[in-house]
Design a binder for this molecule. Structure first.
Ligand SMILES: [Zn+2]
Length: 252
């Protein structure tokens, strides 16, 4: 049994692209309130229920050359891309985190990936994904070191308060909503995972990445900086992910 446990990483790497497929379904359905658990996937164009062979991650898309095998409709390369991204998260997590923490990290990373993608497309961070991260993060923190659970509880409350305060300040100064409560819930979830010590670093990475991306976009497309509403969730997710992997949470 212990021998088998040593090869837990193989299972994680096999599971990762399948989780990626599931993430693709969640992203397509959750923002519209459609059910996504335990339903067979169907082609969005012809509604033909897909066979298990069609659903093999990455390979299924490559074999069908990015088209539905029934009606020939093009299937977005976003689907194999997210399957690859989910695999990348598992590899990254395994490379940095020891033992079962690689699984916990993958779960965190996959949820962040889902949130980032939904926010990029719909400018919303669903409670169904941010809120469960709070108890999950606190449980992992407790399992790693029960003595430091308090840091993570403070991180949760502090993360929410920090964004809420920013939002209030922005509203007073500009008279409109600059940052959503979804971002506050995401940083609260992040605080549960990285502890209050990781909040400043996570926010800093997120802000720098967002500034860089927006400046690049403005340059490439000739848009005015701050000219339109842009999602902050993907950058916050990236900042929290980096902080969780390399930040103040150390495993003795
Ligand atoms: Zn089809």
């Amino acid at each position: 049994m212990t021998d088998l446990l040593r090869y837990h990483w193989v299972l994680l790497l096999v599971a990762a692209p399948c989780v990626g497929s599931f993430i693709g379904v969640v992203v397509a359905r959750l923002p519209q309130g459609r059910p996504f658990g335990f339903v067979r996937s169907a082609c969005p164009a012809c509604d033909h229920v897909l066979s298990w062979a069609d659903l093999v991650p990455i390979l299924g898309w490559v074999m069908r050359r990015g088209r539905c095998g029934y009606c020939g409709a093009a299937i977005s390369p976003a689907y194999p891309a997210v399957e690859l991204a989910a695999l990348g998260i598992a590899v990254w997590s395994l490379a940095v985190m020891p033992g079962w923490l690689a699984w916990a990290g993958s779960g965190f990373g996959w949820t962040l990936l889902t949130l980032a993608w939904i926010d990029a497309r719909h400018l919303v961070l669903p409670d169904e994904l941010t809120l469960p991260l709070v108890p999950a993060g606190l449980a992992v923190a407790w399992a790693v070191d029960p003595g430091r659970l308090g840091d993570h509880v403070i991180g949760t409350v502090g993360g929410f308060a920090a964004i809420w305060a920013l939002r209030w300040l922005y509203g007073r100064l500009r008279g409109r909503e600059g940052i959503g409560l979804g971002d506050a819930k995401l940083l609260a979830a992040g605080g549960a995972w990285v502890g209050w010590q990781g909040l400043a670093g996570g926010l800093l990475i997120a802000a720098l990445a967002a500034l860089l991306a927006h400046a690049l976009r403005a340059r490439l497309r000739g848009e005015r900086l701050g000219g339109r509403e842009l999602p902050f969730g993907p950058y916050l997710a990236a900042g929290l992910w980096i902080t969780w992997l390399y930040g103040p949470l150390t495993v003795g």
